[in-house]
Write a protein that binds this ligand. Structure first.
Ligand code: THU
Length: 132
C-alpha cells in the first residue's frame, strides 16, 4: 500500500480508535503485513498506568492474533511533532519483521521513513535464539 494511504489510516486510528482518559495523548498506527492485509489501532490506557498499550502494539497484536507474522510497513501518527515508537514497540516491531518500512508522520505530506536498524541498532531478536 502507498505510504500516504497507510498514513491516512493511522491518522484515522489516532482520531477514532484510542482510549486515553489519562494522558489525552492520542496515537494511531496502521500496519501493512507481507500478505497485503492492514490492521489499525490506537493507544489504550489504564487507571493503573503500566498496563497501557501503545497504538503500535495494538495494531501489531491484532495482526498477530489473526495469524499474520511479518510486517511490511508501519505508519505512526501522534499528537506531537513526529511521534516515534517507544522502546517496547520497537522491540515488538523487530519481533515481527525482517526489513520493515517504518513511517513516522505528522501529516500526509510531512513524514519520515526509517529502517529497523536506524531505530533499534544492535537489536536482540528471534535470530539470536536460533544460533545458540
Ligand atoms: N504512546 C503510543 O501509543 N505510542 C508511542 O509510540 C508512544 C507513546 C502512548 C502511550 C500513552 O497512552 C501515551 O502515548 C502517552 O505516553
Amino acid at each position: 500500500m502507498d505510504d500516504k494511504k497507510l498514513i491516512e489510516l493511522a491518522i484515522k486510528a489516532r482520531d477514532t480508535m484510542t482510549y486515553t482518559p489519562y494522558s489525552h495523548y492520542n496515537v494511531g498506527a496502521a500496519v501493512e503485513m507481507e500478505d497485503g492485509s492492514v490492521y489499525c489501532g490506537g493507544n489504550i490506557e489504564n487507571a493503573s498506568l503500566t498496563p497501557t498499550n501503545c497504538a503500535e502494539r495494538t495494531a501489531i497484536f491484532k495482526a498477530v492474533s489473526d495469524g499474520k507474522r511479518e510486517i511490511k510497513k508501519i505508519a505512526v501518527v501522534g499528537d506531537s511533532h513526529y511521534t516515534y515508537p517507544c522502546g517496547v514497540c520497537r522491540q515488538v516491531i523487530k519481533e515481527f519483521s525482517k526489513n520493515p518500512r517504518i513511517i513516522v508522520a505528522n501529516s500526509l505530506t510531512d513524514y519520515r521513513v526509517h529502517t529497523m536498524d536506524e531505530i533499534l541498532p544492535f537489536a536482540f531478536g528471534p535470530e539470536d535464539l536460533e544460533d545458540k
